[in-house]
Design a protein around this ligand. Structure first.
Ligand code: NAD
Length: 429
């Protein structure tokens, strides 16, 4: 496999990337210095050590985090990531993006995020359960249905949320399904939650095409990451008539000029298979980072990076040929990558708008838990559609009002709502 060069800007602290974008938006909208200063810091950062008994009897201690960026608009909300590279600065950035995402989508939440430094693929199911329960107990004092509500993120899923609910409910002495979202349906999960982020990505792509006087029909799309966001997003894009010509995962990328059979690929992936083992006539596979680099440079109309952060950076942004980039992942491009794409005239729908469908549906799940009354799939999808289209249109209006790109406009939308709440509440804590 050819070595793919790593850009220097990849070393940038992701929280500083967040601050740099916020600073640009603050300058554009003429934000008062006091309001800007108050937005720069996370409210609370918790670091925990998690001793876990492994199957062989040894004890390993894992590092975990929960960061609450802002609770000005409501309880904090944001996922939990299990990844070997998780660190406090990444979690801080992800928490801040959640505050901004909830504000752009206009749901009554602040932002938080959690993480454990672990490669879950190296753990047995029993070890994963013990780690999850240890983490839940360690962060229990600062989470809760009316304080901070976690959810799945990279490498965490509905089963992990079920362990979280069970542990938290036992600690608090009452069944508390509203403490996390993204739960299994049997434990108070919402219909439509699994597909909601991908659905939101599809809606963002569709509304973007509408804005430019066209539709998704026949548009060529490349999607990086075939997980919850990318894989489901790709399926829904195909349903709208788009042609997905490239799709990837951590093992590499598959390409087919006539369009991939995404449903078939997702059935294959659902059995925990990696794309490197996918075989179909007319489908070409390129392994690892090289495959992903080729995907990012694919000759398509729309590129959807939906894997991890920092995928488009100073060294590869020039190779991007798509006219539109819709960010399925959180922070999929570095500041330098973003600047280069903007200079090329690429239209970018930022993460805090494009992938907000997941948190919007998480909000619906929480509302159903608190009311103990459950909606049909049709009701969930209709409400998601309304919320996403309205957020998209508000951001478009701000691009015109401030003569700026989508990312700056989305940040302006968020800053207006968060500082609006701050003004009403004042500066007590
Ligand atoms: P996931 O674990 O379901 O899927 C991630 C995908 O990315 C997998 O296909 C994996 O193989 C691939 N991947 C991992 N490392 C890669 C690499 N180095 N190169 C190429 N592909 C790689 O995760 P997900 O839930 O789909 O989340 C993806 C992104 O979307 C993350 O940035 C996450 O924070 C963000 N996000 C997720 C949700 C949600 O509801 N799941 C909501 C908003 C944002």
């Amino acid at each position: 496999m050819k070595e793919v060069k790593a850009a220097a800007d990849l070393k940038q602290n992701p929280y500083e990337t967040f601050l740099a974008v916020m600073e640009e938006a603050a300058a554009k909208m003429g934000l008062a210095p006091n309001d800007y200063e108050a937005l720069k810091y996370c409210e609370r950062q918790l670091e925990v050590s998690l001793p876990v008994q492994m199957d062989d009897g040894s004890v390993r201690v894992f590092e975990g985090y929960r960061v609450q960026h802002s609770s000005l608009r409501g309880p904090c909300k944001g996922g939990i990531r299990y990844h070997q590279d998780a660190d406090i600065n990444e979690v801080k950035a992800l928490a801040a993006w959640m505050s901004f995402k909830c504000a752009v989508a206009n749901i009554p939440y602040g932002g938080g995020k959690g993480g454990i430094k672990v490669d879950p693929a190296q753990l047995s199911a029993g070890e994963l359960e013990r780690l999850t329960r240890a983490y839940t107990a360690a962060i229990a004092p600062i989470v809760g249905p009316d304080k901070d509500i976690p959810a799945p993120d990279v490498n965490t899923n509905a089963q992990i949320m079920a362990w979280f609910v069970d542990t938290y409910s036992k600690i608090s002495g009452k069944f508390s399904p509203g403490v996390v979202t993204g739960k299994p349906i049997e434990l108070g999960g919402s219909l439509g939650r699994r597909e909601a982020t991908g659905r939101g990505v599809m809606i963002s792509c569709r509304e973007l095409m509408k804005l430019y006087g066209t539709t998704l029909k026949g548009k060529r799309v490349a999607v990086q990451g075939n997980g919850n966001v990318g894989g489901i997003g790709a399926q829904l894009l195909v349903e709208q008539g788009a042609i997905v010509t490239a799709l990837s995962d951590v093992s590499g990328a598959v390409f087919c000029d006539k369009g991939l059979n995404v449903d078939k690929i997702m059935d294959f992936a659902a059995k925990r298979n990696l794309l490197k083992d996918y075989k179909e006539a007319g489908v070409r596979f390129v392994a690892g980072a090289e495959g992903n680099a080729e995907l990012l440079a694919a000759d398509v109309d729309i590129l959807v990076p939906a894997a991890l952060e920092n995928q488009i950076h100073a060294d590869n942004a020039a190779s991007v040929r798509a006219k539109y980039v819709v960010e399925g992942a959180n922070g999929p491009m570095t500041k330098a990558g973003d600047k280069l794409l903007n200079e090329k005239g690429v239209v970018i729908v930022p993460d805090i708008l494009a992938n907000a469908g997941g948190v919007v549906c998480s909000y619906f799940e929480w509302v159903q838990n608190l009311a103990n009354y459950y909606w049909t799939l049709g009701e969930v999808n209709a409400k998601l559609e309304t919320q996403m289209v309205s957020a998209f249109n508000e951001v478009v209006a701000l691009t015109k009002q401030y003569n700026c790109n989508f990312r700056t406009a989305a940040y302006i939308s968020a800053i207006k709502r968060i500082t609006g709440a701050r003004k009403l509440k004042g500066y007590f804590l």
